[in-house]
Design a protein around this ligand. Structure first.
Ligand SMILES: C[S@@+](CC[C@H](N)C(=O)[O-])C[C@H]1O[C@@H](n2cnc3c(N)ncnc32)[C@H](O)[C@@H]1O
Length: 232
């Protein structure tokens, strides 16, 4: 898979087919590696729109944005970013699952929603921790399933985000509603405690830097989107 995409290809006639293929691929990968995938279906258009809020908000009109999307999967959230992006904006799309990354690279040339950013988006088939710190961003959009990770890993990832975020830049991420309540009933005690520790870390960052949170019920499962701002 290449790291840069600049060509646009012919658009397939049956776009519903493509969406169903995305969902099928997502489900098959979720069965294989649920800890990293974190969901069984791609995010909805409503969640994608909510996650792109800081791109639409564009604090300095006319100034291009450098965007980082982490955990891009099959591009469900990327579609929302693409809709909000303007000429001059650039996006690094990070996805650790090679099958998803390859699929996303292909969509950048075949899917009309994504092909419009093909010349300004780069897919990185790697873990976010391998991205390095020689880049900086105005907006970071994270689709990582924090609730499945250990608290230390989430702390490290959030610190990385705030390191590469420009002062005054924004981070948006989501979590699923009611997962703690569901886990309290069905999960093993150690998994419940692990998730409780992770959610304390996430809540601490929201308490320190959060500017807005919003519930998105039109998603499976319903989600809570959080927007954080790095102090200027
Ligand atoms: C909940 S899915 C979100 C996918 C897509 N953004 C969506 O909303 O439908 C999380 C994605 O993050 C990827 N992922 C998990 N850990 C990662 C990491 N450390 N670095 C980069 N991607 C990761 C998974 O492979 C998966 O595609």
């Amino acid at each position: 898979m290449s790291e840069t995409h600049s060509s646009t290809g012919p658009y397939p006639a049956l776009r519903l087919d493509e969406r169903l293929r995305d969902t099928g691929l997502f489900l098959s990968q979720a069965v294989r590696t649920f800890k990293a995938t974190g969901s069984v279906v791609p995010s909805s258009a409503a969640l994608a729109r909510a996650m792109a809020e800081q791109i639409r908000a564009r604090p300095v009109p006319g100034q291009p944005l450098r965007i980082l999307e982490v955990g891009a999967g099959t591009g469900a959230i990327t579609r929302g970013l693409a809709e909000a992006m303007l000429p001059g904006d650039t996006a690094d799309l990070v996805e650790s699952n090679r099958e998803f990354a390859d699929h996303l690279s292909e969509l950048l040339t075949t899917d009309p929603d994504l092909a419009r950013i093909a010349g300004s988006a780069t897919v990185h088939a790697k873990l976010v921790g391998e991205m390095g710190t020689d880049r900086s961003y105005d907006v970071i959009v994270s689709g990582l399933p924090f609730a499945n990770f250990d608290a230390e890993d989430v702390e490290e990832i959030l610190e990385y985000y705030f390191r590469v975020l420009e002062p005054g830049g924004h981070l948006s991420f989501y979590g699923y509603l009611y997962t703690k309540e569901v886990k309290a009933v069905i999960a093993r005690r150690e998994d419940y405690l692990r998730q409780a520790r992770t959610s304390w870390v996430v809540q601490d960052w929201i308490d320190r830097y959060g500017i807005r949170s919003e519930k998105v019920f039109a998603n499976i499962p319903p989600a809570f989107v959080h927007h954080l701002r790095k102090p200027a």
